[in-house]
Design a protein around this ligand. Sequence first.
Ligand code: MLT
Length: 391
Amino acid sequence: MVELANRIKALPPYLFKRIDEKIANAKARGVDVISLGIGDPDMPTPKHIIDTMAEEIYKPLHHQYPSYVGMYDFRAAVAEWYKRHGAVELDPEKEIVTLIGSKEGIAHISLCYINPGDLALVPDPGYPVYEIGCMLAGGTSYKMPLKEENGFLPDFDLIPEDIARKAKLMFLNYPNNPTSAVADEAFYIKAIEYAKKYDIIICHDGAYSEIGFDGYKPVSFLEIPGAKDVGIEFHSLSKTYNMTGWRIAWAAGNAEVIRALGTVKSNIDSGAFQAIQVAAINGLLGPQECIGEVTKVYQERRDIVINSLNSIGWNLEKIKAAIYVWVPVPKGFTSESFAEAVLEKAGVVITPGNGYGEAGEGYVRFSLTVDTERLKEALQRIKDNFGHLEF
Ligand code: MLT
């Protein structure tokens, strides 16, 4: 058999593929598994989006190859969506590209700018695809630790000068996965100044920007003056409109970067199914009450998780946004051993923090994307099996 390419040999199995295997093994042993692992919204896609899809799927025009960079109407809808959010004006022709899920764009952006040996600045803990995309392009990631005492924001002053000079891309993601931390305007201003100083492209992942609690409204990177000069934002309908399975997203911002991403994509894929893009237009510009409804459910689930965990020894503050509760592991456990123990004793899957990078060691992540009654049951099982925990 032909030997695998080194880049594949070096690639770890995708975090949630490993976790899927653990779930399958536990189920095979007869365990009634409740998964608080992957952040995959359990609530349905809003009906008006599905209705549009049901109509559009019959149109023969959509059965042919779509546009490589996405339908103009979809890109115009994205521009309009940003306008309604108070962000910068975007030119649908030059500053927006449709993606088949933002994971795809995040993986491909490194192919645009990273030569073998080049560097990308990557948050740690962070969504694994930032590092994997860079690795597949032959580059190396410099990890920016996100420390709890720093609000899980990177400290740019700690990045050595020679690294900053070499870096080509910097990935940022707020509201953050896995910590659910949020960033304010001042942070983005600093990031943009830093990117200008060292000539680095910022790739901001805004997938969770619409899910804010207790009236909190996350700031969008593209709202900040100068953002478009130095970077792009990846965004998606996945989390906002419960559409992870549809694979529809976009990148928006700097025209040169968007053109580069479009060039790579047109040589690799053939665009997103047009019927999905039309349905997505209705998602972005149609009734938006669904977002408030979904957020209300996540807020209730957040309270269930945080109150339950606090009742058995944790001391957690309420997160302001996103769909994850990131918590330190109790005394005597590592991320892996605690996640294993929770699965073993309670039949509940949580994600070990070290799956998001070395700086995630000592933490686990609870995802809020499971039916509320099952979530309550999961927390009750944890309480019953672990009692009071020491930290
Ligand atoms: C997560 O749970 O971290 C994400 O939903 C995974 C993904 O988007 O691939």
